[in-house]
Design a protein around this ligand. Structure first.
Ligand SMILES: [Zn+2]
Length: 348
């Protein structure tokens, strides 16, 4: 086992960060999504009944603007906005393809979500689901107060900005906040699932990871390979949350400042943990994470062909000006890695 993995496994603050991330994931998958989806399906059914035209629109612009001329989309828009707490300023049209409202429940939900979603696709995350619950009036009842939702959003933000370190005191407070929400929402979904989720959280909190004789005596899953897998999953989620957070920022100066802050804290972390560096390099490409040492080597395909015998200079994939030509390049890593190429702002 590498030294840096051993150190992480004995670092209480890092383990607190991991556990909080895991608890948030359990909250999302087992409580928030089933809860939101159940109400969303009922709401979508009501919207369908209120649509007298009953046909899929063919004429509206693809995305990025509210429908104005078409009767079907305008009917849907008006009925959806009636349930929005801030219809004037709170709708991010870049999130949505209004044409698919009648066939996609989550496309309707995205009308209530912060900027940063892609039209036509959706993968639930804690922030967007909580914002949907916060801003859509179908969730307004006495059980779920705005304060509780904002408290969990704060936990999610604290995890993201923590530099992958959480003190014992904050860890306890975060878990209490999350469990409070779980206990309230458990009455709104299938109770068996909610009980299982709470049990998972309690089990996770009891786990104590220590290194003895260079082996993980007890880990989240019982062995170090699975632990590593969980760790990589959490770091992936961390990157996804950061990416989404950045995409939700309207102001260019704030965007640059926050991006730099994230890059700085992540660079410190990956430098201290070289066993995760390649993983960080791959996942961090999207937010422009830079690595000073051990750059992966990129060669042109024909450079790899011995017939040509060319010896072109190595190209670093994070050289921004190289992206346009990088589409025909292959990455040559020490390890097997998926290929990533950034073209402009898109990750292929
Ligand atoms: Zn339309």
């Amino acid at each position: 086992m590498s030294d840096s993995l051993t150190r992480r496994l004995n670092d209480e603050k890092y383990k607190n960060w991991m556990k909080t991330g895991q608890v948030l994931k359990i909250l999302l998958d087992d409580i928030l999504v089933p809860f939101a989806k159940k109400r969303l399906i009922e709401f979508h059914e009501c919207l369908k009944q209120k649509d007298p035209y009953k046909k899929i629109c063919q004429s509206c612009p693809e995305k990025k603007e509210p429908p104005t001329s078409c009767k079907t989309c305008t009917t849907w828009k008006n009925n959806i906005l009636k349930e929005h707490s801030n219809p004037q300023r709170g709708v991010k049209w870049t999130n949505i393809d209004p044409k698919i409202w009648p066939k996609s429940i989550w496309e309707v939900a995205k009308t209530y979500m912060p900027k940063g979603q892609q039209p036509g696709v959706y993968s639930p995350d804690t922030s967007s689901v909580l914002n949907f619950i916060l801003l859509c009036k179908i969730f307004k009842d006495k059980r779920i107060g705005d304060k509780m939702i904002k408290n969990v959003l704060q936990v999610r933000n604290a995890v993201m900005h923590s530099g992958m370190n959480i003190s014992d005191e904050h860890f306890k407070a975060h878990v209490n906040t999350i469990k409070q929400m779980m206990n309230i929402l458990r009455t709104c979904i299938d109770d068996t699932d909610a009980i299982a989720a709470l049990k998972d959280v309690d089990g996770l909190l009891k786990v104590n990871i220590k290194i003895i004789d260079d082996a993980v005596k007890q880990s989240v899953s019982g062995n170090s390979t699975q632990f590593k897998q969980k760790e990589e999953n959490l770091i992936s989620q961390h990157f996804m949350a950061i990416d989404e957070e950045l995409r939700s920022i309207d102001d260019a100066a704030t965007y640059e400042r926050m991006k730099k802050d994230f890059q700085k804290s992540l660079s410190v972390f990956f430098k201290a943990n070289p066993d995760l560096e390649d993983f960080g390099r791959f996942k961090g490409a999207r937010i422009g994470l830079q690595f000073e040492e051990r750059q992966p080597i990129v060669r042109r395909r024909d450079d790899l062909d011995p017939w040509w015998g060319w010896n072109l200079p190595y190209v670093r994939p994070n050289d921004r000006e190289m992206y346009p030509v990088a589409i025909d390049l292959e990455l040559d890593y020490e390890y097997q890695q998926p290929i990533y190429v950034e073209l402009g702002s898109h990750l292929l």
